[in-house]
Design a protein around this ligand. Structure first.
Ligand code: CA
Length: 226
């Protein structure tokens, strides 16, 4: 679970941000002045620091200046609406991003996600699609069943990815042809059925699971066996 340090002297804002971040699954620690914030940030262990600029003890820019001597931890500055010089100074000092107060929480969350994506060993956090024991990671073009890698051809992979993105819904055969094969439906082709068969051989049959379900006369769906 990513851990975020919130350095903010306005208790109401700090509390609000903490609650929202907790809700999104982040662990949060708070500091109410610049000196405490700097000490905590220097101690390490955070994936991201949200740093207010107007702080007692030490200003946010000063905290950042000192922190950057020892730590590359991502920092998002919280700046006042008209604090353009602050933003420039913050970015010059090595802030990764800034959010202007008052901010919409969605914007702050988006900035945090972007910063974390940039820093987390990208591959590790690459988005995965899964259904039961099957996991597909688009960025790595990899598929695994219970952690064991499965070799698929490009077409098989694309088909499985499409089905997983539409997990639990019935995908029409025609839709697969237009979206995965990229050509207009020709009632005579059995390409979809052929490739579904390949996938079943490599996944369902090999691992004795039921991933791909046929909806007779309509199309296919993947869902967890049950
Ligand atoms: Ca403040």
């Amino acid at each position: 679970m990513p851990k975020i340090l919130v350095v903010e002297d306005e208790e109401k804002i700090a509390r609000f941000v903490e609650l929202e971040l907790n809700y999104e699954g982040y662990e949060v620690e708070k500091a109410a002045d610049g000196r405490a914030g700097l000490e905590m940030a220097q101690a390490g262990g955070f994936d991201c620091v949200l740093l207010d600029i107007m702080l007692p003890e030490l200003s946010g820019t000063e905290v950042l200046r000192r922190l950057r001597k020892t730590s590359p931890v991502p920092v998002i500055m919280l700046t006042a609406k008209d604090g353009v010089p602050d933003k420039v100074a913050g970015l010059d000092l090595g802030a990764d991003d800034y959010v202007t107060k008052p901010f919409a929480i969605e914007e702050l969350l988006a900035r945090i996600r972007a910063v974390l994506r940039k820093t987390s060993g990208a591959a590790e956090d690459a988005e995965s699609l899964s259904c039961g024991a099957v996991t597909l990671t688009p960025a790595r073009r990899s598929v695994a069943v219970s952690g064991e890698a499965v070799e698929l051809t490009k077409r098989e992979f694309d088909l499985l990815e499409y089905l997983l993105r539409n997990k639990n819904t019935v995908v029409l055969r025609e839709k697969l042809l237009t979206d995965v094969w990229d050509f207009d439906f020709d009632g005579g082709t059995n390409a979809v059925d052929v490739y579904i068969r390949f996938l079943r051989q490599k996944i369902d049959e090999k691992y004795n699971i039921k991933l791909i379900h046929t909806v007779r006369g309509v199309g296919y769906t993947v869902r967890e066996d049950g």
